[in-house]
Design a protein. Structure first.
Length: 263
């Protein structure tokens, strides 16, 4: 049997945000399978502790759980106290709720920008000097397919995630000579709790049964399916690999071909 590809990151340490479930959990599992020690965080103590135990038992690597809210300065400080110098950072935060433009005031916009733009930038700002000094680092921001093609009812997410994309665009080019890469993964429709909430919002807006909405979303994708989080996690691990040193400043869309553009 052919030997699997060695990603060259065994023994590295990664922070993975929002790792108790969904896409963050899938990324944590794939990194653990590659031999990376993890510090994972989420807001709910029981959920993140359970995830840590399951991932450690499955992959045989050290996994530390931190219950914190990385959208707050206090939460970030707690996370960084436990892991001040990661080799890998996976930024991931749940998106703001769907709705209509006329329903969002300054409070809603500021909350979305803080959660989906500023929190990631502050974590990058904190860990980047260490990565540059060590001449190695991988940063992956989990954003959204909405960065390429804004989605209806998700204007808060569209704006905040596009802001993060623009903010790190030049930075990625500045740090690459120090062996640090910064990329983004743009998920389309994946089977997560976030997507379940989107289904519910569409069901209400369209006055359609939930099962019909789910079927329509799957049918609208060129593959005829909704994405598997495990596939997303595997791509994240590849972006963090030693072999990915020449992938930098990219926004990689993973949506089954739903976005019809060439670029």
């Amino acid at each position: 049997m052919a030997k699997g590809l060695d990603l060259g990151i065994a023994g590295r340490t990664a922070i993975v945000c929002g790792a108790s479930k969904g896409l963050g959990r899938a990324c944590a599992e794939s990194l653990a399978d590659a031999g990376v020690s993890l510090v994972i965080c989420a807001r709910t103590e029981n959920a993140i502790q359970a995830a840590a135990g399951e991932i450690a038992g499955r992959a045989g690597v050290a996994v530390q759980a931190v219950a914190c809210d990385v959208t707050t300065e206090t939460g970030r400080a707690r996370l960084l106290a436990d892991c001040p110098d990661p080799d890998i950072l996976i930024n991931n935060a749940g998106g703001p709720p769907p709705g209509r433009f006329e329903d969002w005031g300054e409070t809603e916009w500021l909350a979305a920008i803080n959660a989906n733009m500023l929190s990631a930038l502050m974590l990058i700002r904190a860990i980047l000097p260490g990565m540059r000094a060590r001449k190695w680092g991988r940063i992956v921001n989990i954003t959204s397919a909405a960065v390429k093609a804004p989605l209806p009812m998700l204007g808060l997410s569209n704006g905040a995630r596009a802001g993060l994309t623009g903010a790190v665009g030049a930075l990625a080019r500045e740090v690459a000579r120090d062996g640090v890469t910064i990329n983004a993964l743009l998920p389309g429709q994946f089977e997560t709790d976030r997507l379940a909430g989107y289904y519910a919002a569409l069901s209400k807006a369209r006055n359609q049964p939930l099962d019909q909405v789910r079927a329509d979303v799957a049918a609208a994708n060129p593959t005829g399916h909704i994405g598997d989080p495990a596939d997303f996690g595997a791509l994240c691990a590849v972006l963090c690999s030693a072999q990915a040193r020449y992938i930098n400043g990219q926004n990689l869309l993973m949506d089954g071909g739903a976005f019809a553009g060439l670029f």
